[in-house]
Design a protein around this ligand. Structure first.
Ligand SMILES: Nc1ncnc2c1ncn2[C@@H]1O[C@H](COP(=O)(O)OP(=O)(O)OP(=O)(O)O)[C@@H](O)[C@H]1O
Length: 256
């Protein structure tokens, strides 16, 4: 498979991730035998019970961690062949708890664009565009993270990813701190972005109604394995909801 080219923008081949007990001993599995492809412009919902490996999968795709074995490709180029800085120009991850690192909202939105050497006018246009689309009011721009609510911080973190205009956006539970109306609006903005700019979006979400509204495809993870990879229109969402509730109850029992 190594030498085969594919139409996929992202491709994971038999990826495994194990914890390390020490430098040469592997611990328990976090992800096992994960293989899938993503086509440019797809909107992928990643669901599964707590501890299934969803965040770990996003971290691997953003190269915040390396697979124990298996390979990941971006446009047919194996990750180890791509400089990390270049990879992160194209793939942006928004973690659940993003920090502004002491910056104001405006500084946090500006900083990644200055790093990319964009002209002032373009920076201003992008910030105006995405703050408007996400309904981020001007009065937030001078605030630091301690002056924002959890939901406001979450929106700002998403705006910071959107201004970069990456090819692929990875979102870890982006609606967890948002009210229902704001969450729905965010899903609409992301959907439109993927439709107009072919931006690929992978989103971990525990709220199946939002996953259904958003996704063109669903990945279902459970106990470190990819149990389903299905086109959204073919999913029985009610059945999925039941399976997820059972798996969550089982996971809770195993931990208690
Ligand atoms: N750095 C790490 N070292 C050891 N174990 C880890 C590490 N990161 C994650 N894990 C373990 O890997 C498993 C998967 O964690 P992960 O955060 O990816 O799950 P998740 O599906 O995102 O869960 P949730 O829905 O609760 O956020 C868990 O058992 C977790 O404890």
């Amino acid at each position: 498979m190594d030498n085969l080219t594919s139409q996929a923008q992202l491709r994971l081949e038999q990826v495994n991730l194990f914890t390390r007990l020490n430098s040469n001993q592997q611990g328990y599995p976090i992800l096992q035998d994960i293989s899938f492809e993503v086509i440019s412009g797809e909107r992928i919902a990643i669901v599964g019970p707590s501890g299934a490996g969803k965040t770990s999968l996003l971290r691997l795709i953003n190269r915040l961690s390396e697979p124990t074995n298996g390979k990941i490709y971006l446009e047919n180029q194996e990750y180890s062949q791509i400089p990390v800085i270049q990879l992160r120009q194209e793939i942006t991850l928004v973690l659940q708890e993003s920090k502004l690192l002491g910056m104001t909202v405006l500084q946090a939105l500006t900083y990644p664009l200055v790093l990319r050497g964009l002209p002032k006018q373009t920076i201003q246009q992008r910030i105006d565009c995405w703050t408007e689309q996400l309904h981020i009011p001007n009065e937030w721009l001078g605030r630091t993270e301690v002056q924002l609510s959890a939901g406001q911080r979450q929106l700002v973190a998403i705006a910071r990813a959107l201004v970069i205009q990456p090819k692929v956006i990875l979102l870890d539970e982006p609606t967890s701190a948002l009210d229902a109306g704001t969450a729905t609006h965010l899903i609409q903005v992301l959907t439109q972005l993927s439709q107009t700019h072919q931006t690929t979006i992978l989103m971990v979400n525990h709220q199946l109604d939002l996953a259904q509204m958003f996704s063109t495809r669903l990945l279902y993870l459970q106990q470190s394995r990819l149990l389903a990879n299905q086109t959204a229109s073919k999913i029985d969402w009610l059945n999925l909801q039941n399976s997820l509730m059972q798996a969550e109850a089982q996971a809770t029992e195993e931990w208690s």
